[in-house]
Design a protein around this ligand. Structure first.
Ligand SMILES: *Cc1c(COP(=O)(O)O)cnc(C)c1O
Length: 361
């Protein structure tokens, strides 16, 4: 079987080494003569898995001791509700920085729980889209928190400068950004990420929260979304998605083995530079985003002649380059190149793009 490169935006590719390890121990995990999927989350053996997963994530992201890691279900969209239910407290509203599709979804959902303010930071200058820097955000004097999304998975837009506001709680939807580069956790009150982009399989949501922000859930907040309940029960108030948790743990170990976040971040820059270089050197492929706001995770572009989109997708697939179709709402092409995508895969795509341009340009 010829191997392919999978550019899916999510659920996305998982490193081969990790899949092989999971396969090897699928039917006989830890010599228990059964699968990890078939044992109780209350066993000592499973407890060991989650303890290591938490420790490895802590090491990778350099998470300070006064931050807790919670593992939850319901995806990032679940957190669109959980965040206001837990953190609105007796404020009437919160600031929602609007940079694209997902940050707007978070804003819309929060309206069920508070009176949020949407602050648009997406601008256009000389035909280029760019995002305002945190220091230019028009934030309210009084608000429960500031919510933003550092990587807009669909729009291919990123905010790289970390928001650092005095006495303000910053909350980030890090679903397609987490573990792609180093961050200073202390800039945030809470960050969350669903697992199927830059971590592993779908089904588990990671929440990193400053300890003092736990314990303020509104009365109607479901217990499974109450950060205090999750914390008190070690993220096992209800049965957790054990396989996704285990696989995420394997991915954390893989990342450590690869040299940690610094190393991965260099590689991510190298990978995305390759594709943007091809785009910028052509009049055939278009990406109208300001260099400083281009996503390293989701490289979004379109063909000058949109009738060629379909042919590009067909031919790329024949060449073993899968799932390059842009999201329905923006069209065009999207290459999601999360941590698991090897440099080789990106090089192959860059080469294909040059070949395709020669053929049809
Ligand atoms: C994919 C994605 C979501 C939605 O995640 P679900 O797990 O499907 O709820 C939210 N925000 C961002 C930035 C995403 O990339």
């Amino acid at each position: 079987m010829n191997s392919i490169y999978n550019f899916s935006a999510g659920p996305a590719m998982i490193p081969k080494d990790v899949l092989c390890k999971a396969q090897k121990e699928l039917k006989n995990w830890n010599n228990l003569r059964c699968s990890i999927m078939e044992i109780s989350h209350r066993t000592q053996e499973f407890y060991q898995v989650v303890t290591e997963a938490e420790k490895d994530l802590r090491d990778l992201l350099n998470i300070p001791d006064n931050y807790r890691i919670l593992f939850c279900q319901g995806g990032a969209r679940g957190q669109f509700s959980a965040v206001p239910m837990n953190l609105i407290r007796n404020f009437s509203g919160a600031d929602y920085i609007n940079s694209g599709y997902w940050s707007n979804c978070a804003f819309v959902e929060s309206k069920k729980y508070c009176n949020p303010k949407s602050i648009s930071i997406k601008k256009t200058k000389n035909n280029k889209t760019y995002l305002l820097k945190p220091s230019e955000w028009n934030i309210s004097d009084i608000s429960a928190y500031i919510h933003y999304c550092p990587n807009e998975t669909i729009d291919g837009l990123s905010v790289y400068e970390e928001p650092n506001f005095h006495n303000k709680i910053v909350i980030g939807d890090f679903s397609s950004f987490i573990l792609s580069r180093s961050i200073n956790i202390e800039n945030y009150g809470l960050i969350y990420a669903s697992s199927q982009k830059n971590i592993g399989p779908s089904g588990i949501t990671i929440i990193i929260i400053r300890q003092d922000l736990i314990g303020y859930a509104s009365k109607l907040c479901p217990s499974v979304f109450d950060y205090n309940t999750l914390y008190k029960y070690n993220s096992m108030f209800n049965t957790p998605p054990t396989f996704a948790w285990y696989l995420s743990g394997l991915i954390f170990k893989w990342l450590k083995k690869k040299g940690g976040i610094k190393k991965i971040a260099q590689l991510n820059k190298e990978k995305s530079d390759l594709l943007y270089e091809v785009i910028d050197n052509s009049k055939f492929y278009i990406n109208n985003i300001n260099k400083e706001n281009r996503s390293e995770m989701n490289v979004v572009f379109h063909l000058l002649n949109s009738e060629l989109d379909k042919i590009f997708l067909e031919e790329s697939k024949k060449n073993g380059l899968y799932a390059l179709k842009g999201h329905l709402i923006v069209g065009g092409i999207r290459a999601s190149i999360y941590n698991a995508m090897p440099l080789k895969g990106v090089k192959k795509l860059a080469k294909f793009m040059l070949f395709f341009e020669k053929k049809y340009g």
